[in-house]
Design a protein around this ligand. Structure first.
Ligand code: FAD
Length: 143
């Protein structure tokens, strides 16, 4: 096993560190884990942006890197530390943003992504009160 100086670690990318530790990398050159968030070393779990992911909908490699996904993976890893209790599923993107007083939000695949992946798509429009804690007074129209 390669010995690393602690000074080398602080500026090293996590995936670089994983590679040096001999962990298998997966999709998009990120750390590969099984469905229990265990890496190729049974004593090392990984979760978050450094871990490769697949889409919940398509099963294809996903570029999503979100705190919501990282925390889901962390909960799965925590639950499985001593015995396998939980499995991760594929990832789902949930986004929202605000421009002036207009809120835009989306969850899951975009219409284009759905069509590109062979889903039959029905689309509609809805206006609902905004329950986001930072901008409760705004009515979203971009759903
Ligand atoms: C501008 C921006 C906006 C975002 N907005 C959202 C949002 O609205 N909603 C959402 O869900 N997600 C959002 N994200 C994504 C979210 O921040 C990440 O998905 C999430 O932080 C990933 O968590 P993590 O613990 O995997 O990685 P990080 O939060 O990046 O934590 C990794 C930690 O490891 C440390 N580290 C790295 N290398 C080493 C080393 N060699 N030794 C020791 N420590 C090391 C880093 O300093 C860092 O503290 C946003 C990201 C950005 C950049």
């Amino acid at each position: 096993m390669e010995k690393l100086d602690i000074g080398d670690l602080k500026d090293m990318k996590i995936t670089e560190l994983a590679k040096k530790a001999g962990l298998a990398l997966g999709l998009r050159d990120l750390i590969a884990t099984d469905d229990h968030m265990r890496t190729s070393d049974p004593n090392i779990f990984a979760c978050g942006d450094c871990v490769s992911k697949v889409s919940f909908f398509t099963g294809k490699p996903s570029p999503l890197k979100l705190a919501s996904i990282a925390t889901m993976e962390a909960r799965v890893a925590g639950a499985n530390l001593f015995e396998n209790k939980r499995e991760k599923s594929g990832v789902i993107g949930v986004f929202s943003t605000i421009v002036d007083d207009l809120v835009f939000a989306s969850a899951g695949l975009s219409e284009k992504e759905a069509k590109d992946n062979g889903y039959e798509v029905a689309s509609g429009q809805i206006e609902k009160p905004n329950r986001h804690p930072f901008n409760r007074q705004v009515i979203p129209t971009g759903l």
